[in-house]
Design a binder for this molecule. Structure first.
Ligand code: GCB
Length: 627
């Protein structure tokens, strides 16, 4: 069978699943698992804090039976064996087990788990007080901000839901499993790598495992707002100071609502106060002229309070309104050409290490971005904590957001395509109201072959179909070189609005000076030099050609900037990478010690010489121009 046909079938299957969920939403049946848009804005009972934990090495027989099926009769039951009476079948006890902080990766909390990849079982007791849980007229969702990579969740010994993918939230309807008073939850999180996962088995970042983001209970009325999109209308053209710059549109979806349910949308400071009505699928599309609307921009990141109401349910969000589109080789923000000056960043916590999850982590990352005068960041290589895109919304930093589709993926397999579509939908759904997010990236550095191109072309089209108000991109590798001519002919470019180009002249190939002679032959599209750089250990000094020194790193970047300046299609630059980050593949003693050292800053935010170079370049002689 043709690969294209196989992939198309997978795509149809995945659309069918989406439809099934939509159909289920019109009946009394609740969807077992969803993703509540704006979950971080709702009142919630936080379950963050200390959770008991037990560690299981692969093959993790308490979680999987011999055939790889999930067992519901292992640690999930949370029995308390009487260890002094023996003999007994169950040799575990959560109540006396040590604790890990949630949210948080396990690797940086228990020294014996620093490099552990496998299953960690989490357990905690919690109290339910009405109206939370199994009360008439309410539903209670168990919200998990992210758990890397696979997770299985039981409440009071009963399986509630599973989730695959380490970087997006999920909400499971726990109403029927909860009771007033004391309850318990057990979550098994498995960070073991598999060939058909996304990412696959080998990648250059850390496999931080665990309940890495907030966990909470969110109680909503029986009919509730589970999804909404509120944005500047995105017509075929945009002109500031016209109605196009003042019209807000979108939809509110009310789970459990019958057709004709009234929904109110109000943006008091913009003079918007309208009502809309749900259709047979519970979706209320709307279109409203704002009396006055200041557009969100990098210099004036204005956010408006948006209040949505359906029956007794209310959601309040902070949303910015802006227009982004492409015109020839230009990227237009609110109709004006923009040059993107920034850096790549992993979700790595500065100073303390581990996954970046706290407001303080976000402030530290923003500080480094401000230090280099960035107006843009590529959040690599997966969706970061939602605190990050909230912070970029407030700070006016434009964002590239990416699913973890990194290099070697099983592109020929329809089931892997379905997985990628799910991850894409989850990334988009969580951040579809964030003004700062302008790019959805479908992949990073994938091999140019027909299977991959069909897969990623379909995925790019799926992204565009799901959200037409942002630009679709991917970071490519592998242009052909003939002498000093570099020609990029990757057919995937046809599916992209903006093309990311990664290259490492001066580090993985040639010398820094080689960049001076290169001529790039690129199609007529906006490009971003999405990765380039060199490793340097902070405090290591030498001549501009001594590898691993701050001087050589700055030398590589200087020659790169000079080369990029000569490429007319370039509209953005992001050196690899803002800060050194953990990677289990970087094992040169005394230089790397488990870190990729291409950071402009060390992992403790010490600025290397490159910081001054980048800041000066961005402020006095930017390597890319808006047009
Ligand atoms: C790349 C990858 C990035 C790596 C980087 C490196 O091309 O996209 O994830 O960390 O190179 O340092 O090798």
């Amino acid at each position: 069978m043709q690969i294209k046909t196989v992939l198309r079938r997978a795509q149809l299957l995945s659309s069918a699943l989406v439809l099934l969920t939509a159909a289920a939403s019109t009946t009394a049946q609740q969807p077992l698992r969803t993703l509540l848009v704006g979950a971080d804005q709702r009142p919630a009972q936080s379950l963050d804090g200390d959770w008991h934990y037990l560690v299981e090495q692969p093959p993790a027989r308490e979680l999987y039976d011999g055939k790889g099926n999930i067992r519901d009769n292992g640690y999930a039951l949370n029995t308390h064996p009487n260890i002094s009476s023996g003999p007994h079948n169950s040799e575990y006890d959560f109540s006396t087990a040590p604790t890990l902080k949630v949210p948080g990766d396990w690797n940086t909390q228990d020294p014996t788990l620093l490099r552990f990849e496998g299953v960690v079982w989490y357990q905690r007791d919690f109290n339910v007080t009405p109206p939370t849980g199994n009360q008439p007229g309410t539903r209670t969702f168990f919200h998990v901000g992210a758990a890397n990579y696979r997770s299985v969740l039981w409440i009071n010994g009963k399986r509630l839901c599973d989730h695959e993918g380490g970087f997006t939230p999920f909400d499971c309807d726990a109403t029927s499993l909860l009771h007033p008073g004391s309850n318990f939850v057990v979550i098994a999180v498995d960070s073991t790598r598999h060939q058909d996962d996304i990412p696959s088995v080998s990648y250059d970042f850390y496999d931080y495992g665990g309940l890495t983001r907030d966990v909470s209970l969110i109680t909503v009325p029986a009919q509730f707002i589970d999804d909404y999109k509120v944005q500047l209308a995105h017509g075929p053209t945009f002109a500031a100071n016209t109605a196009a710059a003042r019209t807000v549109d979108g939809y509110v979806h009310v789970e459990g609502a019958s057709a004709g349910t009234s929904v109110s949308i109000s943006i008091p400071e913009a003079g918007v106060s309208i009502t809309a009505t749900t259709d047979a699928n519970g979706r209320a599309p709307f279109h409203a002229e704002a009396k006055h609307l200041d557009l969100w921009s990098t210099t004036s990141p204005r956010l408006y309070k948006v209040e949505l109401r359906a029956g007794t349910d209310t959601v309040t969000d902070q949303i910015g309104f802006r227009d982004v589109r492409v015109d020839g080789t230009r990227i237009l923000l609110n109709g004006k050409p923009v040059a993107l000056l920034g850096a790549n960043m992993h979700a790595e916590a500065p100073i303390r290490g581990g996954r970046a999850i706290t407001d303080a982590d976000m402030q530290n990352i923003l500080k480094m971005l401000h230090d280099i005068h960035a107006n843009y960041v590529r959040l690599c290589h997966y969706p970061h904590d939602e605190r990050m895109t909230r912070a970029t919304d407030r700070a006016g930093i434009l964002v590239w957001s990416e699913i973890p589709l990194w290099q070697r993926i099983s592109f020929e397999k329809p089931e892997v395509y379905s997985k990628a579509v799910t991850m894409l939908h989850e990334m988009i759904r969580r951040d579809q109201n964030k003004a700062s997010v302008i790019f959805w990236s479908v992949s990073n550095e994938t091999p140019n072959n027909p299977d991959r191109t069909h897969f990623l072309t379909d995925l790019a089209n799926e992204a565009r179909h799901t959200d037409s108000t942002r630009l679709i991109t991917s970071a490519l590798i592998g242009p052909h070189s003939s002498g000093d001519r570099i020609v990029q002919e990757d057919p995937l470019m046809a599916a992209l609005d903006v093309v990311g180009q990664n290259e490492y002249i001066g580090w993985y190939e040639g010398t820094p000076e080689d960049a001076d002679r290169k001529t790039w032959v690129l199609p007529n599209k906006p490009f971003i030099m999405s990765e380039f750089g060199a490793e340097a250990k902070y405090g290591n000094h030498g001549s501009p050609n001594d590898r691993w020194t701050e001087e050589q790193q700055a030398n590589v970047l200087q020659h790169q900037f000079d080369m990029i300046r000569r490429i007319p299609q370039m509209r953005g630059v992001t050196p690899w990478v803002l800060m050194d980050f953990r990677s289990s593949t970087r094992n040169i003693p005394k230089l790397q010690d488990g870190y990729n050292r291409k950071g402009l800053f060390s992992e403790t935010m010490q600025p290397k010489q490159s910081v001054e170079l980048v800041r000066k370049t961005y402020t006095t002689n930017p390597p890319v121009k808006p047009e």
